[in-house]
Design a protein around this ligand. Structure first.
Ligand SMILES: Nc1ncnc2c1ncn2[C@@H]1O[C@H](COP(=O)(O)OP(=O)(O)O)[C@@H](O)[C@H]1O
Ligand SMILES: [Mg+2]
Length: 581
């Protein structure tokens, strides 16, 4: 076994290795070696005992020892107990090692995802993170396991081979030479196996994101009667995935078996040599060598199989590590300042481009003071949501600066910023948990604050009418609440931290009139010593705004009171006209 060939793949595993890995591996190897040695001694004892029976001798001489037959059997029993203990300890350590690698790979990926910046996270396809965490995490652990198989295989080979050398150096030498030659001959298969494994890992990952898409769109698929073509497309992907799997499995099974068959030939050849060697014609030695060589062969076969598994699984570890690297490369670098207030908000020449060429925001200059309730309107694609993400620091302006108070927005400490700036998305997303947990959203918010936030969001009465009040459990896509109630819940979530700035991106675009009116009242009541910025396209939501910004093609077309904007902005006139029509 060429260990240098395995070291490249070891690098794929390196980021996930637990502390004291060399010690762990040595422990696994040592117990495997001791186990192999114990088993070798058992085999030698058995052949010597059989030999003594055939020769009708009363004693057995094993090296310096002379034993009675029953002593030999007693010793063999003791050795069996030792063998079982060693195997158990080795297996326990190997399982622990692999599970630690799995924990580090999966936790490392999820942590990297959470620590990455919004652009880094949102450039990934939905479903990819879960596919890679679960599948690739598991197979990275299998890679670790393959390496422990390498360690136990090598140590077993040394134990059996060493004993075999002690019994008959010649036969062992022949076997070792043939084994080495065979491994060299099998090398081209290695790169083929490697490619097959990588192809399969990639296909499995794509298949998984396709399936996530089907799950997300299951309603549309039925409504648009697309189940047939979608099923066909999935079938094609499944076919591709399974034919690639077939290749991987074939190589993984065939290579060790071809190797084993060839090694068997080598063993027969060496036996022939032993038999034809005058001083080695000794029944006990022949018996012991045959048994030891068979055991050496299975250790060698385990090595070849472990090598195949290393090839098969290293692709997964590499992909997982690569994803972590990508996520790590996309990091926000915020400051540590804690200004007394984040108001007023001041946008100075703010620009943004996603692709480096099209300016989605093309030099915005706006000042927003405490007490402002600012409506943002504009046609679809005007850059409203992009502006929202810049205000939330989810993205960084590619030009200009956003001042929060007298401090550049990106200089404010993350926890401070999170406490003072809140967000209500267009589509409310709930977590599985109680109403109170949904409002608190992993922050330290007590029941009283939860109730106050629900009251502000005009939702408290409806929540208290639920079976367990604010402790009623909700699912992620809970039908117990209407769309409007869910949206008001996310408004309560935004208000629970008592923020200075509340940003809402089309919160009322899909709501019933009663919920919309409740939200409008909330916004109106909130504005006092805060800033509320709401992207909306319904006049009913906008009418209590103190200012309206009209955004068009990344530029401010108007920034004035609703009445004034209504007089001058064609877009606004059209929008209001639509609303009143
Ligand atoms: N993640 C993104 N990557 C590339 N382009 C984007 C991305 N998000 C939005 N855009 C583009 O930026 C422009 C403004 O989008 P957006 O801010 O969502 O507009 P609005 O919310 O006003 O409809 C659009 O042309 C849109 O295609
Ligand atoms: Mg938008």
């Amino acid at each position: 076994m060429k260990l240098s060939a395995l070291s490249g793949d070891w690098d794929d595993l390196r980021p996930f290795l637990p502390p004291r890995t060399p010690w762990r591996m040595s422990g696994i190897g040592l117990t495997a070696f001791l186990g192999g040695l114990t088993e070798s001694l058992i085999l030698v004892l058995v052949t010597l005992t059989a030999d003594s029976l055939i020769r009708q001798q009363e004693t057995i001489s094993a090296g310096p020892l002379t034993l009675s037959r029953s002593q030999a059997v007693g010793l063999a029993v003791l050795l069996v107990v030792g063998r079982v203990s060693m195997t158990t300890i080795s297996a326990r350590m190997a399982a622990r090692f692999a599970s630690m690698v799995m924990r580090r790979a999966q936790h490392g990926l999820v942590t990297a995802y959470l620590a990455s910046s919004h652009p880094g996270r949102s450039s990934r396809q939905v479903g990819d993170l879960s596919a890679v965490t679960v599948n690739h995490g598991r197979f990275t652990a299998d890679l670790a396991n393959a390496y422990t198989m390498v360690a136990t295989g090598v140590c077993g080979l040394i134990a059996f081979g060493g004993t075999s050398i002690a019994v008959s150096p010649l036969a062992t030498l022949v076997i070792a030479l043939l084994g080495g030659a065979l491994l060299l001959a099998l090398r081209p298969l290695r790169s083929r196996s490697k490619r097959a494994a990588k192809d399969f890992a990639d296909t499995a990952r794509e298949l998984s994101t396709e399936i996530t898409e089907v799950e997300t769109l299951h309603r549309e698929i039925e409504v648009f009667n697309a189940a047939g073509p979608v099923g066909d497309a999935l079938g094609t992907s499944v076919d591709q995935s399974s034919s690639r799997y077939e290749r991987v499995r074939f190589l993984a099974t065939a290579v060790p078996q071809v190797f084993q068959a060839a090694m068997l030939g080598a063993a027969v050849l060496s036996l022939f040599l032993v038999v034809n060697n005058p001083e080695a014609v000794d029944l006990a030695s022949i018996g012991a060598v045959v048994l030891l060589l068979i055991r050496s062969m299975s250790a060698a076969q385990q090595l070849v199989m472990a090598n195949q598994r290393v090839i098969e699984f290293s692709a997964y570890a590499r992909t997982l590590g690569g994803l972590i690297d990508d996520l790590d490369a996309a990091q926000d670098h915020f400051g540590e300042e804690r200004p007394p207030t984040l108001l007023p908000l001041h946008l100075e020449g703010v620009r943004f481009t996603y692709d480096g060429s099209t300016e989605v925001l093309d030099g915005l200059d706006v000042e927003i003071r405490a007490g402002d309730l600012v409506g943002v309107v504009g046609p679809s694609g005007a850059g409203k949501s992009t502006l929202v993400e810049l205000l939330l620091r989810l993205r960084t302006p590619t030009g200009g600066v956003i001042l929060t108070g007298s401090t550049a927005s990106d200089k404010v400490a993350p926890d401070e910023f999170a406490r003072r700036v809140a967000f209500v998305p267009q589509h409310p997303a709930l977590i599985t948990g109680t109403v109170a947990e949904n409002v608190a959203f992993f922050r330290d918010v007590g029941d009283e604050r939860v109730r106050a936030a629900l009251r502000l969001a005009h939702l408290l009465d409806e929540v208290e009418a639920l079976p367990d009040g604010i402790h009623t459990r909700l699912g992620a896509d809970d039908r117990a609440l209407s769309g409007g109630q869910r949206q008001r819940l996310t408004i309560a979530r935004a208000l629970a931290g008592d923020p200075e700035v509340v940003v809402l991106d089309e919160p009322t675009s899909a709501l019933d009139a009663i919920s919309e009116e409740a939200i409008r009242r909330t916004l109106d009541e909130l504005r006092e010593d805060r800033v509320v910025i709401v992207v909306a396209h319904r006049y009913s939501t906008l009418r209590s705004c103190s200012r309206i910004l009209v955004l068009r093609d990344g530029r401010l077309e108007a920034d004035a009171s609703p009445q004034e904007v209504a007089r001058h902005s064609e877009f606004f006139q059209a929008m209001v006209g639509d609303a009143s029509a």
